[in-house]
Design a protein around this ligand. Sequence first.
Ligand SMILES: Cc1ncc(COP(=O)(O)O)c(C=O)c1O
Length: 463
Amino acid sequence: MFDAAHWTDMLVAPQNHQRLESMMFRAVRVGQAVVRRVLAGQEGNDTRSGNVAAEIDDQVPQVVFFLQADRAVGQEHERSVARESADGVVRVNPRVHARRRLELRPRRPQLRRDDSRGRLQFFNQFAADHTNPSYTSVSVPAHRAVIGKLEKIPRLPLALTPTPIEELARLREALGSAPSLFVKRDDAIPLGFGGNKIRKLHVVAAQALADGADTLITTGGVQSNHARATASIAARLGLQSVLIANGKPQDKPTANALLDRLLGADVRYVSSREERAPAMQAAAEELRARGRKPFIIPLGASTAHGAAAYALAMGELLDQMSAPDAIVLSTSSGGTHAGILAGCVLHGLPTRVIGISADDPAPAIAGEIRRILADLEKLLEAPGVFAGAPIEIDDTFVGAGYGVATAESTEAIELCARREALFLDPTYTAKAMAALIAKVRRRDLPVDRVLFWHTGGQVGLFA
Ligand SMILES: Cc1ncc(COP(=O)(O)O)c(C=O)c1O
């Protein structure tokens, strides 16, 4: 509907008009335009649109209002499709407009890129001045050139995505006056029982193939989701996998350990976390001595490439829905969190990204995320692009420790199963969902739309 080269700066849909809003979001590539709903009471009223336009007119080169096509906004719209009126507002009937595939061209020069921060501040102030809880989302122009580089990073041609996004209406109902809740189902990636590690590995393993690798080496606990994902990708690609597992072999392997065996992985045990990295190096040396080409994947595939997979996933999400106000996810080695945050920065989104620690203290994870973002800046040749990205981590839901259930995580597992037939894993996603539930109950998330990013791990229910 819109030509990317001729972007408008603000699109407005009447509030509480779901159908129109979704038409609008389908039409718009979010991140290229500023999108927000009109304030309460507008209900598609043309005059009120004009008032809002007058307030913002000095700041924004062009405003486009989407009117309710089936309201009495005049036959004129059906005929003229889009018109500029005296108040300088282009009014569009989306149905007709979409049919004729018109382009909108800016009336006045676009703001320069470096004005985008000021514009975001302006919009935030505008939202604050109009104390309306239905204020939804604002985006500033994306770093399109960097996104272009991101999209050129080689990936395996596996049918992983887009993963579904579902609304959690029954969970929301159980939580009372909750914001709209959505879930991004990375647990539903088909290959190898899915999860965030499969998503990361479809970029990281492409790197290994480009390196000529014939064996993937990685590490984790005996029940590591990442190790199982690596063994799955290796099996699919016809590579060997060596898994350095800290812990004791199970007499009768269950869950991920069972899958590792079925996948034909060479599992080697060490007794502590500290021994993992040296054991991976030793395995690589041994393989090289035998003429093999090993590729070491660090813990959790939390490298710049692994994070790139999640920065790309934000683009995938924006093709499916408008940006949520907040994303809640489980965080541990930091790669998933870093990637989603990077995606938000690149698409110019003000979305809060809230990582819920599964184990380590917040400062330790934040340090890892900063390191990964710095590496990603290098990979994308975009120095400083992620400087100042707000890293938000809550480590108060770990409880007694990694993998140890809490009353809240147990409740989260049961509530999601009984209300949504959505299965969480005990170690990661249950604690992240417990945090989401607690924050909603405590009204710590005063926003309209919250997305829970399901990072998988459901195999862990059978450990
Ligand atoms: C199911 C699940 N969710 C979340 C995470 C945390 O992701 P990251 O290591 O990228 O922080 C993991 C890590 O192992 C995981 O297995």
